[in-house]
Write a protein that binds this ligand. Structure first.
Ligand code: MG
Length: 401
């Protein structure tokens, strides 16, 4: 498995999502350095068809037969292989030509293919934080055993990864994740109670998918990133802090034992962390992006996160400290709660309430294998789906198993 003179062979899980689109735009800028060999998409066939015409991947996968029919209509002359359903992302993740897999599926869906990629000896550029939240132990273990790199694409973790280069890990005092604070940074508890779906989908600095945008607004995204950082950098919960930084210019920091703080700053554009993950330890000349103009940015502000107004943060720390199956339960309950909020089935303030009540019902177990984690995930999804305000003011969920 080697990269040919035509450039590094890249497989993308989630090619039509925000990170997938940014990755393909980068590949197109550097045709001598990269080529896309396999793309996994869901149901956005208009976008996938355009990507296939431009990049000519040998393999594509789509969610179901309806999507497959639409894909064949849109690209009738596609000569590559089309895989339909759950086997698709697995085939893309283990494509024999690929040497690096961009893991950018939304939510826990990305877990099995990402694990398969690491086990097949591919480097993994990880944009899907849920993979490490659910199965951090299994994924990092697979990467170690296969000697493959686990490269963070998430902007904060990419920043920490950069700030760690050339330094001694044993000299790290703590890492500090920055959070934009989301659109409701200054909302009161009463204002938070009346947040609508449209309100929650407005993000001040980053353009992303709807699930992660809601997670940013509840700060669950930051909570998941704390768990992600724990697995990527081997840091305990006590040495991972959060600071709110609304301008999203300082992407995160590492503090060393002598008090020195190394941060990575850049314009908020996912192209930068994607490029660094793909070319590490080298850098790509991204001269078409604007330089960071600090005088134009003016003031950079930092404030502590409000754990009372944003209870998802404390829930995430609680899950990390509990360990075992609890982070998987946190994640699954949150995914369902966010889906229900986006479907206008529950209120915004119910999202943390659902996660809290599902976690409270879960008898934590060890995270020894994928089957156990998937069972905890399924149980939490059922419990979160069954939760209702009527069933005891949100204090009850489905019966524990
Ligand atoms: Mg992030």
């Amino acid at each position: 498995m080697t990269d040919t003179p035509r450039g590094r062979a890249v497989a993308i899980l989630g090619s039509t999502g925000s990170v997938g689109v940014s990755t393909l735009a980068l590949l197109e800028r550097f045709p001598d350095r990269f080529r896309a060999v396999a793309l996994a998409a869901g149901r956005n066939m208009e976008r996938l068809a355009a990507q296939v015409r431009r990049h000519g991947p040998a393999l594509v996968s789509v969610a179901d037969e309806v999507a497959a029919r639409e894909f064949r209509e849109r690209v009738p002359d596609y000569a590559g292989r089309l895989v339909v359903g759950v086997d698709g992302p697995l085939a893309v993740a283990t494509h024999p030509e690929a040497t690096v897999v961009i893991s950018a599926l939304v939510g826990a869906l990305g877990l099995m293919p990402t694990l398969a990629a690491a086990r097949a000896g591919k480097d993994v550029a990880l944009a899907n934080k849920e993979v490490l939240v659910v199965a951090g132990e299994l994924v990092t273990q697979a990467a170690r055993e296969q000697g493959v790199a686990l490269l963070p694409v998430d902007s904060e973790h990419n920043a920490i990864f950069q700030a760690l280069q050339g330094h001694n890990r044993s000299e790290v005092r703590r890492i500090v994740l920055t959070a934009s604070g989301g659109p409701f940074l200054h909302h009161t508890v009463a204002q938070l109670a009346s947040v609508t779906v449209a309100d929650a989908l407005k993000h001040p600095t980053w353009k992303m998918g709807s699930k992660i945008t809601v997670d940013c607004s509840t700060l669950m995204n930051k909570g998941l990133e704390v768990i992600e950082a724990h697995w990527l950098f081997g840091m305990p919960a006590d040495q991972i802090d959060i600071v709110v930084h609304p301008q999203s210019i300082v992407h995160s920091m590492v503090e060393y034992i002598d008090g020195s703080v190394i941060s990575q700053m850049a314009v908020p554009d996912m192209t930068i962390p994607i490029a660094y993950a793909l070319t590490y330890p080298d850098r790509l000349p991204l001269s078409y992006l604007p330089s960071l103009d600090l005088p134009a940015a003016g003031t950079l502000t930092f404030l502590p996160p409000d754990r009372e107004r944003f209870p998802c943060l404390a829930l995430a720390y609680q899950a990390l400290r509990a360990g075992g199956t609890m982070p998987a339960v946190l994640n699954a309950a949150n995914e369902v709660a966010v889906e229900r909020f986006l479907a206008e089935d529950v209120a915004y303030r119910d999202v943390p309430e659902i996660v809290r009540s599902v976690m409270a019902l879960h008898p934590r177990g060890p995270a020894t294998d994928l089957e156990t984690l998937m069972a905890a995930d399924r149980w939490a999804r059922e419990a979160a789906s069954a939760w209702s305000v009527a069933s005891g003011g949100g204090r009850q969920a489905a019966t524990a198993t």
